[in-house]
Design a protein around this ligand. Structure first.
Ligand SMILES: *[C@@H]1O[C@H](CO)[C@@H](O)[C@H](O)[C@H]1NC(C)=O
Ligand SMILES: *[C@@H]1O[C@H](CO)[C@@H](O)[C@H](O)[C@H]1NC(C)=O
Length: 166
């Protein structure tokens, strides 16, 4: 009990010093695990191409958030990118970690998106959509053996997300 109180006190102190009067130091974020029965090379190329295809604002001319992605770094097993929301200009950090299994015939992807600003303790599922839209847009949701593992606990407002909007 004493330990729990101490932990809470530290959290409150952090919240108070960094964001007086705000909701605390928490950022909206999302973690998703994806499994594919195709090699990581194919997954890697699909994701990198999709990030580059949605670089400019042009791909949001019909609305939605499938634009303003920026590749930060890409090496066979690790991709980092940023996504800027077209209207408010919020920046989200995105990472994909790719690990081969079943003798390189399958690929496990751990993806994460986190809002750089504190704005979003409620993000309307934007962090989930940042990741999902790339996977869906590149056709990977149709790939052999596609499985997604996530939850509302791992992803802010995941179940109410409408990724054609956010
Ligand atoms: C986002 O990425 C930048 C580096 O590109 C880093 O400095 C920053 O701390 C990251 N923000 C969060 C919330 O992870
Ligand atoms: C998501 O939003 C679009 C555009 O507003 C709408 O057409 C669609 O029905 C919505 N989908 C869901 C599942 O709510």
């Amino acid at each position: 009990m004493a330990q729990a109180c101490w932990f809470l006190a530290v959290l409150l102190a952090l919240g108070c010093t960094s964001r007086p009067g705000r909701a605390g130091p928490f950022h909206a974020q999302c973690k998703v695990q994806w499994y594919f029965a195709i090699p990581c090379e194919v997954v890697y190329e699909s994701l990198v191409e999709q990030i580059q295809r949605w670089r400019t604002l042009a791909s949001c001319s019909q609305g939605g958030q499938k634009c303003l992605y920026k590749l930060q770094s890409a090496s066979t097993h690790f991709i980092t990118a940023k996504h800027v929301t077209p209207v408010q200009g919020h920046v989200d950090n995105i990472t994909f970690r790719l690990v081969s299994y079943h003798f390189f015939s399958s690929c496990h992807v751990s993806a994460m998106s986190i809002s750089e600003s504190w704005y979003a303790v409620k993000d309307h599922g934007t962090n989930y959509c940042n990741l999902y839209n790339l996977v869906e847009g590149s056709g990977l949701t149709e790939a052999r053996g596609y499985v997604e593992v996530t939850s509302d606990f791992l992803c802010t407002q995941r179940s109410s997300a409408n990724c054609s909007v956010y």
